[in-house]
Design a protein around this ligand. Sequence first.
Ligand SMILES: [Zn+2]
Length: 58
Amino acid sequence: MPRHVPTRLSVRCPWCHAPTGEPCTVPSNGRRLPTPHDARLTAVSTDVEAPPAHQDPP
Ligand SMILES: [Zn+2]
């Protein structure tokens, strides 16, 4: 069974710029974080739920 990879990693972290599929890190020392940054979680939910911003009126 492969290592658990949270779906949070399906987007690039806008905070630490961890690439897609890579865990968040601390930019100053390169340490991997056990949990993604909040900004990344927000980016995921934004990406997944993608609210209809500009729909043409019927
Ligand atoms: Zn991050």
